[in-house]
Design a protein around this ligand. Structure first.
Ligand code: PGA
Length: 231
C-alpha cells in the first residue's frame, strides 16, 4: 500500500467497519418480522441488506429481498419501524463486537493526534449509545448519523458538512469504510478513501468500487497514517 500525503481528518464508517453489528441488527429485524407474523431470515441474508440506513433495511426485510418491493404500505412500514426501533434499542449491543485490531488502532491513532470522526448511515438514536456501549465514544470529535443531515452516503453531503465543520480541506480528509456507499460518497465529495475488505458490501468486493487504498484490517490504516504524519 502506498503512503498518503498528510491526513488531517479521518471519517470512519461504523457498521461493518468498526463494529460487526449485523448479529444484533438481524435479531431485531427477525423479532420485528415475528411480531408482524412474517417470514424470518438468516443473519447471513440480513447482513447483505445493511448499509443504507434503517428505513432501507426494514423495507428490504419486508420485501424479503435487497430489491425493495413497491407495494409496501406506509402504515405497514411505520408499524415495522416502531417494532424495529423497540427491539434494536433493547438489544443494541448484545452480540455486536469490534472487529480485530479496531480498539488498538483507534487508541494508537488518538495518540498521533489525527482528529477522528464518524460518518454513518445508522440513525442517530442508535449511534451514540452503540459507541458508548463499545467504549469508543471518546475517540470521535464529530459524529454524523444517517438522519443528521437531509441526505446520507453515498451522497457527498455528510463529508462536505464534515470538512466545513472541522475547518479542513477536502483533500485532507480520508474516508474509511467497508461499503461502496462510503467509497462513492468519498469520490463524489473529492476526498481519498480506504476500503476495508471484511465488512458488509452486499457481498461485493470493495476493490470494485475503486477506493484509493484497500486494507484487510485497521492495523494497515494505522501504518498508512503513521507514514503520513510528520512528527
Ligand atoms: O445503518 C446502516 O445501514 C449502515 O451504517 P454504516 O453507514 O455505519 O455502515
Amino acid at each position: 500500500m502506498s503512503q498518503l500525503q498528510a491526513v488531517k481528518l479521518i471519517a470512519f464508517d461504523l457498521d461493518g467497519t468498526l463494529v460487526d453489528s449485523a448479529p444484533d441488527l438481524a435479531l431485531a429485524i427477525n423479532a420485528m418480522l415475528l411480531d408482524l407474523g412474517r417470514e424470518q431470515f438468516p443473519e447471513q441474508t440480513i447482513r447483505h441488506w445493511v448499509g443504507n440506513g434503517a428505513e432501507v433495511l426494514i423495507k428490504r426485510a419486508l420485501s424479503g429481498s435487497s430489491a425493495i418491493s413497491s407495494d409496501i404500505e406506509e402504515s405497514l412500514y411505520l408499524q415495522a419501524k416502531d417494532l424495529f426501533v423497540q427491539h434494536y434499542s433493547e438489544k443494541l449491543c448484545v452480540a455486536s463486537k469490534l472487529y480485530d485490531g479496531v480498539a488498538e488502532s483507534l487508541e494508537q491513532l488518538s495518540k498521533l493526534n489525527v482528529p477522528m470522526t464518524i460518518v454513518t448511515n445508522k440513525p442517530g438514536v442508535f449511534t451514540q449509545p452503540l459507541l458508548e456501549a463499545l467504549n469508543l465514544a471518546q475517540y470521535f470529535d464529530v459524529v454524523l448519523s444517517g438522519d443528521s443531515l437531509p441526505r446520507k452516503k453515498p451522497d457527498p453531503l455528510p463529508l462536505q458538512h464534515l470538512v466545513e465543520r472541522c475547518e479542513v480541506e477536502m483533500a485532507d480528509l480520508l474516508m474509511v469504510g467497508d461499503s461502496k456507499n462510503d467509497i462513492q460518497a468519498a469520490k463524489a465529495a473529492g476526498c481519498r478513501s480506504l476500503g476495508l475488505t471484511y465488512g458488509y458490501n452486499y457481498g461485493e468486493d470493495i476493490a470494485l468500487s475503486g477506493p484509493d487504498f484497500v486494507a484487510d484490517s485497521l492495523v494497515s490504516l494505522l501504518e498508512l497514517i503513521k507514514g503520513s504524519v510528520t512528527a
